[in-house]
Structure formats: structure tokens, C-alpha cells
Write a protein that binds this ligand. Structure first.
Ligand SMILES: [Zn+2]
Length: 80
């Protein structure tokens, strides 16, 4: 019985985590970049224009910024 409760709690925690993204606070953003490399905006946790480069996920405010980054990813990462 205890095992079932533990599993239920784990599932509940997982679902609530998925459904309630925490507000973007410093250190809690799950992207590799803290600012949009192209326009300099602070990365928000709910941004959906993301790309994975060299095993890390980077977020951008818009598809245009993401595309610009993907043209010269090394340049933008080196500039950081
Ligand atoms: Zn941008």
C-alpha cells in the first residue's frame, strides 16, 4: 500500500510540474542561455522558440532570433 501511495505522489508531482511552469526567476530558467543572444531580451521560461545546439537548449523570443542564432551559433556562443 505504501508503495502505491509513493507512486501516486510521484505521478501527482510530475503532472503538477508539467502543468504549472514556474515563473522565470534567475537560476530557474531551464535553458542554457539567460538572455536572447540576438536581441538581448531576458529569457522567459515559457518561450517556445527553442533550439538544441551541442547538447544544450537555447531559447529565443521569436523564430527570427532563433534562425539568426542558427546561422552563426559559434559566433554568438563565443561572444558570451
Ligand atoms: Zn529575440
Amino acid at each position: 500500500m505504501k508503495k502505491i501511495i509513493a507512486i501516486a505522489l510521484a505521478i501527482t508531482a510530475f503532472i503538477s510540474c508539467q502543468n504549472q511552469p514556474k515563473p522565470a526567476t534567475e537560476g530557474h530558467v531551464h535553458f542554457a542561455n539567460k538572455t536572447d543572444y540576438i536581441c538581448g531580451m531576458e529569457v522567459q521560461a515559457d518561450w517556445t522558440d527553442t533550439t538544441t545546439y551541442a547538447g544544450k537548449t537555447y531559447a529565443f523570443c521569436a523564430a527570427s532570433c532563433k534562425e539568426e542564432f542558427l546561422k552563426y551559433p559559434e559566433k554568438y556562443l563565443a561572444a558570451k
